[in-house]
Design a protein around this ligand. Structure first.
Ligand code: G3P
Ligand code: MG
Length: 250
């Protein structure tokens, strides 16, 4: 499956938030592999620039919550980050799991569509992150199966300046809704509003203008039903078993 086909799909997409994070430690290879097994259409993951320029998959700016180490990713080398365990905090079954690199994820999942969220911390580092992420995607020949997203719309503009065609999505929190001229200027494929502020009129307007709408983050059945009623193109969700609940007869 390529990203363009997914973006045009009629059925609502199931996008695994940080992998199968209800069953596995988030943003790790076991979580991504499990998400594929569970039938996710796409996997969302967070990429950050380490101190030595490595691209690591981690949500927080520090190791503190999701590893047994401490410290800011931006101050550490990959070798330092890899000294720590990224699985045991979740469950001892995952002891020995390491923070993956983007390179490893693209190699481990050669046929999976990925929503790669760019986590930036400063303008200069954002530019380096963008260049390195694009380089990594090109090395894997993966441009046709990725959607890059970010809350940092300047970073999305940096991507677009370097690559005229790669799929881009803008993340937003709350209101006001993003101006559609930004979407047009950056030639976005998708808009990613938060579930709490989801508005069916906005969804209809965005879809009418050709943008997919991917809502984040579905954490409950109520969130899911809110998204379905609003008519979103896809949900970014924590628990992939909701797919079965959604398809079973009432
Ligand atoms: O991409 C959707 C969602 O991941 C954005 O929020 O904080 O979970 O990265 P966060
Ligand atoms: Mg994210």
């Amino acid at each position: 499956m390529n990203i363009e086909a997914l973006l045009q799909a009629d059925d609502m997409l199931w996008i695994a938030h940080r992998g199968a994070k209800s069953e596995c430690p988030e943003n790790t290879l076991p979580a991504f592999i499990r998400a594929v097994e569970m039938g996710a259409d796409m996997i969302e993951l967070d990429v950050r620039l380490a101190g030595d320029g490595s691209l690591v998959i981690l949500h927080d700016p520090t190791l503190n919550r999701t590893t047994n180490g401490k410290g800011a990713v931006s101050d550490m080398t990959l070798a330092q980050i890899r000294q720590y365990d990224a699985g045991a905090w979740f469950d001892l079954r995952f002891q020995g799991t390491l923070v993956p690199t983007l390179d490893e994820v693209l190699a481990a999942l050669p046929n999976t569509c990925l929503n790669i969220e760019l986590k930036t911390d400063s303008t200069a580092r954002a530019q380096a992150l963008v260049r390195r992420v694009l380089g990594c995607i090109y090395r894997h020949g993966a441009a046709g199966r990725v959607l890059l997203s970010s809350f940092d719309h300047a970073a999305l503009a940096d991507v677009r300046a370097l690559d005229p065609t790669i799929a881009l999505g803008a993340l937003f929190v709350g209101r006001p809704w993003p101006p559609f001229d930004l979407a047009e200027t950056l030639r976005l494929s998708s808009l990613h509003p938060d579930v709490e502020h989801l508005d069916p009129h906005f969804v209809a307007q965005a879809k009418g203008q050709g943008y997919a709408v991917f809502a984040w983050t579905v954490r409950s059945k109520e969130d899911l039903s809110h998204c379905v009623q609003a008519g979103v193109s896809g949900v970014i969700l924590d628990d992939l078993t909701y797919q079965h609940a959604a398809s079973s007869p009432i």
